[in-house]
Design a protein around this ligand. Sequence first.
Ligand code: PLP
Length: 410
Amino acid sequence: MNMIPYSRQWLDEEEIASVVETLKGNYLTQGPKVEEFEEAVAEICGAKYAVAVTNGTAALHLAALASGLKPGDEGITSPNTFLASANCLLYVGARAEFADIQPETYCLDPEALKKKINSRTRLIIPVHFAGQPCDMERIWEVAKEKNLMVIEDASHALGSKWRDKKGEWHMVGSCSHSHMTTFSFHPVKTITTGEGGMILTNDPNIARKLRLLRNHGISKDPSEFMNLEFAYPADCSPLTAQGSCGTNFAHAPYSFPPWYYEMHELGFNYRITELQCALGLVQLKRLSFFVARRRQIWANYQERLCGLKELTLPRERDGAQSCWHLYVVQAQERDRLLSHLRLRGIGAHAMYIPIHLQPYYQRRFGYKRGDFPQAERYFARCLILPLYPGLSDEMLDFIVKTIKEFYGVA
Ligand SMILES: Cc1ncc(COP(=O)(O)O)c(C=O)c1O
């Protein structure tokens, strides 16, 4: 029996043709598709800069580094998220702290967040859980008051938007209320590149730093070169125009050999490939269709399940328009219902195990049950039902029927 998954990619002939064409071209990596994909995502989201990387975890890692977080600092995120939202803090030697979630949206509670801030706190990572945008207006207010950096983990939320108190709409990714936003392009997400991720920002210095860190900390920009050991004064350079990688006029005119580069930061190889970006560009053309179809399935579930008193259905926050990455309900007899569904070929899921209850976090930081009661209460009853653009009406009928059968409602 083939299980209906909780999510999956939608790929068509156009994606396949675009990847094949790229395979036949000159560049498999570090070519024009990367920039094209970055510009397209930045434009859709309304941000100035975008830096594509290997996955959403790498995006969070580089964002944490670019935020200036240092060993000994603290960052606060939600306990109801995938491990990467907190692990990125540990990668840079900081401490991962959590603030509890709102019981209605399952996202970071700005008031709980405010109470957790102390003199070591430097960074906040709100997570737009299930695609539902967090209350960024309030989070940004708290961050500004305390002079903190903000990175939105929008792995679930490409295509979501929200309206501010003045009635103005903000795309998630515009960074109108944060310093950076990160996305993941894993196959379960709104669009996919197989594996992939991106960081958006409006700050040119952050964008420059992210680009350096993505590629070993290497600069190939002569105007930034610091070491003149390999340089020629321009007026006695043996290099022709084509033979030089450029001129540095910072001190005096210098030319550099074409092979020259400098390492300015300790970076990584987090480069995404041309093939992934070719795939992403086609996927991006389908973004409005993907979001519309996800919202349609969400509305369909809402309408058909609203009569069941055993379920608490997901509520869209006032002024938010979610891309609905996940359809998450809270269910009575969750474990028995989950088995009932899985035995019948429906890949229901439960997430997230609150991060503070992971053995590693408990051992290292002493977190324990009861520390974040809302996240724990949510997790004890949460159930994720299949939601993805390719989910057919017949599958949805079958899922709804199977749930009703479990609760004895015809
Ligand atoms: C909220 C959240 N943050 C970060 C990530 C990490 O993204 P990736 O799997 O692309 O590394 C994920 C992926 O599942 C996620 O759901």
